[in-house]
Unconditional design. Sequence first.
Length: 236
Amino acid sequence: MNLQYLLKSRAAPALLAGLLYVGWKSLAQYFGLDGSAGGLLADTIGVGNGGLALVWALGHCDGLDGPVVTMARKALETDNVKLVLPWVRAEDEGEIREVFDQARSVRKLGEQARKLADIHFFETLVRIHRAGEGAPFDGLQPAGRDLGPAVPAADKALESGSIEQVEKLLTEAIRSGVHKHFDAALSHRKFDPNDVEEGRAYVEAYVPYVHYVERLWQVAMGAVHEHGENHAEHGH
């Protein structure tokens, strides 16, 4: 598998999301979080009603400086609701148009009314957008949040027209993660079959290693949505 080619393909955004997910899940396992918080063995990519909710919850579409609210501001400034319609499903378009028209009317009542109307429109748009992705909405998040290196790199790549920095970021992250899990599993591989504790230590290193590699492969192959349905059939 040519990693450089993969990162330049259409699978790159999905792979980026998968990396975020796998990293978060690995931390959850390390700190002993239960299944509701996303324990590594409790579920896999795509499991549950939320599907990819956890992945998208790590994104920035709910931020006041995120792409959805940014486009919503432009829509209100230019009186053009079509600017935000691509962010929602076709079946939700009617509700967005209605709230947009309401916001336009209320904005004319004064500065305070304008601010309230804008926030209501932003919240409604982001909530419906995230619902379309199967993600929860916990309110608009403040601007300037630390999103880590991945999301800013992905956005900057689109602005510059070059995937080079994202490619470098992902390549280094994958290499580091794979080596870490591989080394842990390999170091416990040779053990006395009669030593249950040593055997258990190997299993505890082997399972995260295999799941880590499997999830990266599934995401890279664009099988994120199917993974949750199929994982139970070949899970460890």
